[in-house]
Design a protein around this ligand. Structure first.
Ligand code: G3I
Length: 451
């Protein structure tokens, strides 16, 4: 059994989060699968990645990002507005940090993104530019950024979100100023600046077969026919609970059949808050379905989540009342969605029960030298097929006889295990056993442990 530092931390985080429930507790403390997602993915020929925020890459967040994922995408750090907030004045700090972290953890980096209509610097969007000036600005931007990270980026989202929902080109600074060929030119310049990087066009609402994904398909087809360098398409996959398109795999396959790779670049699945167990179960099924669609197509090379924890997701601020969209909760405990990904990648670990079983000790009748005790084991949201309850007496008590359990006492330490007929404690049920014991002086109630 492997036990990564991240899973230990996640277990600890989950344990601390549940620390109010102390005492005789055998709880389903959430823990990550024994094999990290990146290893499960590698065994299937898939790179499993996450978007990250550079400033958070320490502590538990950094441990999980490094251990579980084989690819990092800077969520914001490589966007034009981040790297060149003032014309000619560059800030590479966060992007450099993420690249260095990735190298230290043997991870790929997906560069995101070179040409977009959003998160551009004010000087660019507010300027008045001729087509020639705009063309030069774009070429220089691509040369500078791709060149800076040449050899360190596995794939670039060169062009982001070029289409409207109906498949027409989105009206943007680039399309309006340069025409549709801004896409081909951007790809060509990116290839020149880093011949080894895979070059992608990336968009959302293109996961199923629809007008927008067909426009993307036709674009890729035409780029390939023209000899323009294009290596892959990114399907962002910002999905709504229960709405994984039924044509997801078919759509991936048609791009693969065109001769390009496919990456699921920004997967998250949002739900109405507060989340409940039915929603989380549906989310697991949805994550599993998306992952399975990628697994089914050899050219689906990368599956990246857009933030791995609910504490680092764009969803809640953008869609009020919606959230819980990622595979880990805000306390870094893996959610059912995590196991949906793991299972679709062939992982065998199933999540522990999310409920708890507890043992409660009580003293019944008590007389001058003896007393009758009782222990009840109860389960809620969990179940047991066998049990063992232990405690240590603090005042010299000595068990003389037990029923409905096999009890032994060694010094002050008592161990009671189930009888052959009452090991099973169902969800919502309970089992009790009793004993007689001697006491003198005082008879304090011990702390019992169910394990
Ligand atoms: O950095 C500032 C901070 O100084 C300020 O205090 C704070 C106040 O709002 O804003 C911070 O900037 C925010 C930035 O994320 C960093 O957190 C911006 O307001 C916010 O708009 C920006 O949102 C990003 C969003 O793109 C912008 O469209 C999300 O983090 C980012 O996850 C998201 O990512 C996009 C992909 O690039 C493309 N596909 C869609 C996806 C989701 O929108």
């Amino acid at each position: 059994m492997r036990s990564s530092s991240s899973s230990i931390r996640a277990r600890l985080a989950a344990l601390l989060a549940g620390a109010a429930t102390v005492g005789a507790l055998l709880s389903g403390v959430a823990h990550a699968a024994d094999t990290p997602l990146r290893e499960l993915g590698a065994a299937k020929g898939k790179v499993v990645g996450t978007a990250v925020t550079g400033s958070k890459l320490t502590g538990t967040y950094g441990d999980i990002a490094g251990a579980q994922f084989g690819s990092l995408t800077p969520g914001n750090a490589m966007k034009w507005g981040s790297v060149e907030p003032t014309q000619g004045s560059f800030n590479w700090a966060e992007a450099d940090q993420i690249v260095a972290f990735a190298q230290a953890h043997n991870q790929q980096v997906r560069g995101h993104t070179l040409v977009w209509h959003s998160q551009n610097p004010g000087w660019l969007t507010n300027g008045t530019w001729t087509s020639a000036q705009l063309n030069t600005l774009l070429q220089n931007h691509i040369n500078t950024e791709v060149g800076r990270y040449q050899g360190k980026i596995a794939a670039w989202d060169v062009v982001n979100e070029p289409f409207n929902e109906d498949g027409t080109y989105r009206s943007t600074l680039w399309y309006n100023g340069l025409g549709a060929d801004y896409i081909a030119n951007a790809l060509t310049w990116a290839r020149a600046a880093d011949p080894a990087a895979k070059l992608y066009v990336n968009d959302y609402n293109v996961e199923g077969v629809n007008a927008k994904s067909t426009a993307l398909y036709n674009l890729v087809k035409s780029l390939k026919e023209r000899g323009v360098p294009i290596d892959g398409v990114g399907l962002q996959a910002h999905l709504i609970l229960g709405q994984v398109p039924s044509t997801f795999q078919q759509n991936i396959q048609r791009f693969a059949d065109l001769g390009v790779d496919v990456a699921i670049t920004e997967l998250d699945i949002r739900m109405t808050l507060p989340s409940d167990s039915a929603e989380l179960a549906q989310q697991k099924a949805d994550y599993k379905a998306v992952t399975a669609a990628c697994v089914a197509v050899a050219r689906c090379v990368n599956l990246t989540v857009w933030g791995f924890t609910d504490s680092d997701s764009w969803v809640e601020s953008t869609f009020p009342g919606q959230g819980a969209a990622t595979p880990y909760d805000a306390n870094y405990a893996p959610k059912p969605a995590y196991y949906g990904i793991a299972e679709a990648l062939g992982g065998t670990t199933t999540p522990p029960p999310t409920g708890v079983c507890t043992a409660a000790y009580s003293v019944g009748s008590q007389w001058n030298t003896g007393f009758t005790g009782n222990v009840t084991i109860s389960c809620s949201g969990a179940a047991l097929s066998s049990w063992k309850v232990t405690w240590t007496y603090g005042a010299g008590q000595q068990i003389t006889q037990a029923w409905n359990a096999g009890c032994t006492q060694s010094g002050a330490a008592v161990t009671c295990v189930n009888a052959s007929y009452n090991g099973s404690v169902p969800d919502g049920g309970s089992v009790s056993f009793g004993f007689n014991a001697n006491w003198s002086g005082s008879n304090p109630v011990p702390t019992v442990t169910l394990g």
